[in-house]
Design a protein. Structure first.
Length: 329
């Protein structure tokens, strides 16, 4: 089986269009179509649905690519490793980040890796933990940062940092007295309309577990895996949400949102660095890991992060009286 045919099929499937894939690959659309048809002949089945709106994978096509992506990724890493031995650190690294961490460290990480190691191509994909975990298992990303992930047969996790969770509310819906409070009991969340991620997200599982232990069911009115939409819902006064605060630092500083630390029990989410157990780490991947850790260690020493964030294994010390959150820039 021609490896190039497989790679071209992946380009077509990812772009959803023969014309877009042909443009990216720099080959004629007709030639690309012939290659895919030959691959379908070799497999004895259709791998793509074709219609006027574009193309999509058939179940057989999805099964084929799910099986081959890890092998292709492994081959690419072998080549990269040999290259790394001869030259300065280089290669492509795909990092999966949750929306919270992307807001906090995405831009500084990309800039710092490029500044120190311009031959490393860092690609960042953002999604909620459940999706990022799946991308890691399917070799779509090389490394990932997940919320409250657990070690498994195929995934190795290493604690990075811990962030306190807070109830995030629209400022216009709160009385001056409520806005002045630095904390809120977990049991009070049961009386509030909430916008939360789905159960595939580690944060949601943490909340559901606490709700079950407190016998205080959550009133989830909006459920979505879309951080920006969730923030818009809260900003428009339709609901409250629970977040680690790096995701809303700007809105807290502007006074649009108010955050109160959740207590009794205090809740937090752990950021875990995850890698696939069956794939070796290239030199480029290790460098990205080191830069990420270094950036996080610097952030926890300064506002606005040190009030509610600490590196794994470090005791949190509140930066404000009463345990409140700072909105200092």
């Amino acid at each position: 089986m021609d490896l190039r045919k497989i790679e071209n099929l992946i380009h077509v499937a990812d772009s959803g269009s023969f014309s877009k894939a042909a443009s990216v690959l720099g080959i004629a659309q007709s030639a690309l179509g012939r290659q895919v048809r030959k691959l379908e002949d070799e497999c004895g089945c259709a791998l793509l649905y074709r219609n006027g709106r574009g193309v999509s994978l058939t179940p057989e096509g999805e099964k084929l690519l799910d099986s081959l992506r890890p092998l292709l990724a492994q081959m690419a890493r072998v080549v990269t490793e040999f290259h790394d031995e001869q030259k300065s650190p280089s290669g492509q690294v795909t990092l999966g980040l949750t929306p919270t961490l992307s807001h906090m460290v995405g831009m500084p990480l990309v800039a710092e890796v490029w500044k120190r190691h311009p031959r490393i191509q860092l690609n960042v994909i953002t999604g909620y933990s459940g999706y990022v975990h799946e991308w890691l298992a399917n070799a779509r990303v090389d490394i990932a940062v997940l919320h409250d992930a657990r070690r498994s047969q195929h995934v190795v996790v290493d604690p990075l940092a811990e962030l306190d969770l807070a109830l995030v509310s629209p400022a216009q819906n709160l009385s001056p007295a409520a806005r002045a409070l630095s904390s809120i009991d977990f049991s009070q969340l049961a009386d509030l309309p909430l916008a939360l991620p789905t159960r595939s997200h580690g944060l949601r599982r943490t909340l559901e577990q606490a709700a079950a232990q407190a016998d205080a069911p959550l009133n989830v009115v909006f459920e979505m895996d879309a951080l920006e939409l969730m923030k818009e819902i809260v900003l428009n006064g339709l609901a409250h949400t629970v977040l680690a605060l790096p995701a809303v630092v700007g809105e807290l500083h502007s006074g649009q949102l108010v955050a109160r630390r959740i207590v009794n029990p205090a809740l937090s989410t752990r950021l875990m660095l995850a890698t696939a157990s069956n794939r070796p780490l290239t030199q480029a991947v290790k460098i990205v890991q080191d830069v990420l850790r270094e950036l996080l260690e610097g952030m926890v020493q300064a506002e606005p992060y040190r009030s509610y964030m600490r590196m794994a294994g470090v005791r949190c010390v509140s930066a404000e009286p009463g345990g409140g959150y700072s909105s200092a820039p």
